[in-house]
Design a binder for this molecule. Structure first.
Ligand code: ATP
Ligand code: MG
Ligand code: MG
Length: 588
């Protein structure tokens, strides 16, 4: 394979592989444990990464970056990537999201089949170990049960300007801490009545080291462990343990977690001193999250759009979710290409939406079959057709399925007396530089004949209801002498006789500003009111056979996909979504 562009994470991995950082390592996890068995043959020479979503929503394009990064690095260096559900928060998590996330990762081209590409893990499988680790910290004098109110805890934590104040519970005896922690576990305390905290340093300049919470009480049912637990580990405590138990080598996360790294290392150091895990530990490395203009990349905000019915669902084609992008017509390859192009860095920035669309165009251009479609149809009548060709005659025409690949064959359609053309292709009085349909002008009907526009009929409001034209004989494309008549305009069309009526959904950017919610307004107020326009179009007959999810380039118009949900492949109700135009129209 071609060498991939280097980045700082590749540099770290290549250094670790060269220096044998993880050679001779003793693996973590209990060998009899099912969660450990899943890890398969343990080869210390291989890197392990993980993608750890919380199953509290559908994944978005930012997650796609992280998936391509983690699974891509594992693939490129002969390692393994775990898909791990970070399901430590019982209330917001649902099976629907678990299934949606698995689908999304699979669809993006990554797998975890039993024979070893990667495996599926869930943090809740480690609750027993996490509980043991918490008791160990208490026994080592490194954790205590704090029964201050949440408000007292907040105030006493201090801030950047001042050190924190020790909790009165900080000096409890080990025995008392153990007893109270077990009371927490046994359901004797109400939600919020106490938390288990690490005993580190209330004066640390890093607020994350001012005795962070490890466990909290939540009398809530968990989608995996049911009602077995009423205390749940905090993310910051759970995550390093999950990484260690899965023998992850490089734990990649977004920059917000940089300040958590000292605690990540503190916890794993303490647990290995206590013999609970082995060294060398996994290491955390941070990269900049993806911010994409004209959309929001936060599950919480995307969920709000769904819940408030601003979109039709998580898979609305305007959504930057993976299911939404897929329905819009994005391909796995285009998202992989996008991830590769934006790369990874340590600096936060905004990526222009046009980069995403550019990756899609580059992926679809060589693949998508071409087709003609008239999106804003008006009828054109060839008034001398019957006289020249015979009444009712239909003349077969054809065009390549793909202009650069003759092997893909030709599409066929009929030229006749009546054709659909674009309303915008006609002007009674042509502006300067307009070479399309106006009275007295000759144009080529693409893949068909040259015609001369004669005029048009209008209704009482001045709206054109029919265009009239005359056929210029002996000009059929592909026949000898067809080019004798020189024309400047090339018009796309669909025959009235064999054209297929279709619903076409013209999607535009979801938000009308590049950074929704960045200013004074709530992001919802910045939704683009014109992000969807539905039109009735006519498409060439080859499209009647399109199957859901099939992509096309509609000549002149851009890329379109047969809607995976609503398109009827039998041709009874064709529905196409506009994926993107032919050229970048986003601007800066
Ligand atoms: P959100 O705020 O949208 O819910 P999250 O970070 O809370 O995102 P998780 O399910 O916890 O969502 O994320 C799983 C992984 O995806 C994490 O490792 C996280 O760093 C990564 N990730 C999430 N958002 C982005 C993004 N915008 N760019 C790159 N990686 C991201
Ligand atoms: Mg999260
Ligand atoms: Mg988040």
């Amino acid at each position: 394979p071609a060498p991939k562009p280097a980045n700082f994470l590749r540099g770290i991995i290549e250094r670790d592989l060269e220096q044998g950082t993880y050679q001779g390592r003793h693996w973590n996890g209990a060998p009899g444990d099912a969660a450990f068995q899943k890890q398969g043959p343990l080869d210390p020479a291989k890197i392990r990464t993980r993608f750890p979503p919380e199953p509290n929503g559908y994944l978005h394009v930012g997650h796609a970056k992280s998936i391509c990064l983690n699974f891509g690095l594992a693939r490129d260096y002969g390692g393994i990537c775990h898909l791990r559900f970070d399901d430590t928060n019982p209330e917001k998590e649902e099976q629907e999201y678990v299934d949606g996330i698995k689908d999304a990762v699979h669809w993006l081209g990554y797998g975890w089949d039993a024979n070893g590409k990667s495996h599926l893990y869930q943090a809740s499988d480690y609750f027993d170990f996490m509980y043991r680790a918490a008791e160990y910290l208490i026994e080592a004098g490194l954790a205590y049960v704090d029964e201050q109110s949440p408000e007292e805890m907040r105030v006493n934590r201090g801030d950047f300007s001042k050190p924190g104040v020790d909790s009165p519970y900080r000096s409890r005896s080990i025995e008392e801490n153990l007893r109270r922690f077990r009371d927490m576990r046994d359901g004797k305390l109400a939600d919020g009545a106490a938390v288990l905290r690490a005993k580190i340093d209330m004066a640390s300049p890093n607020i994350n080291l001012r005795d962070p919470a490890l466990y909290r009480i939540k009398h809530a049912e968990h989608h995996n462990t049911g009602d077995r637990w009423c205390i749940y580990p905090m993310y910051t405590f759970a995550h390093p343990i999950e990484d260690a138990l899965e023998n992850i080598t490089h734990s990649l996360c977004t920059l917000e977690f940089e300040d958590q790294r000292p605690f990540y290392d503190w916890l794993l150091d303490r647990l290995s001193e206590g013999g609970l895990i082995n060294t060398p530990h996994p290491r955390q490395y941070e990269f900049a999250r993806l911010n994409l203009t004209y959309v929001v990349t936060s599950k919480r905000k995307l969920k709000a759009l769904v819940d408030q019915h601003h979109v039709s669902g998580w898979d609305d084609p305007r959504m930057p979710t993976i299911v939404g992008l897929r329905r819009r017509g994005y391909t796995p390859e285009s998202l992989q290409l996008f991830a590769e192009r934006i790369g990874v860095s340590k600096a936060d920035s905004w990526i222009d939406y046009s980069i995403l669309e550019g990756a899609l165009r580059d992926d679809l251009d060589p693949k998508a079959a071409r087709a003609m479609a008239v999106l804003d149809p008006v009828k054109m009548v060839v008034t001398n057709w019957d006289e020249l060709m015979g009444a009712g005659h239909l003349e077969p025409c054809s065009a390549p399925v793909h202009p650069h690949d003759p092997a893909r064959g030709r599409r066929e359609f009929m030229f006749g007396r009546e054709l659909w053309v674009e309303r915008t292709d006609y002007e009674e009085t042509p502006p300067k530089g307009f070479f399309r349909l106006f009275p007295g002008n000759k144009v080529r009907m693409k893949y068909g004949y040259v015609i001369e526009c004669v005029g048009a009929t209008k209704d009482a409001n001045g709206v054109v209801t029919e265009i009239q034209a005359k056929l210029v004989p002996d000009t059929k494309s592909g026949t000898p002498g067809a080019d004798a008549v020189k024309v400047k305009g090339n018009i796309t069309w669909v025959g009235v006789a064999d054209g297929v009526k279709a619903e076409v959904r013209l999607y535009d950017r979801l938000f009308s500003v590049p950074q929704p919610g960045a200013g004074d307004k709530d992001f919802v107020e910045e939704l683009n009111p014109d992000s969807l326009k539905v039109v009735t179009a006519y498409v060439e007959p080859s499209l009647a056979k399109a199957h859901g999810d099939e992509k096309f380039q509609f000549e002149r118009h851009g890329y379109f996909v047969a809607d995976r949900k609503d398109h009827d492949a039998g041709g009874r109700k064709p529905v196409f979504n506009r994926v993107t135009g032919l050229k970048d129209s986003w601007g800066a």
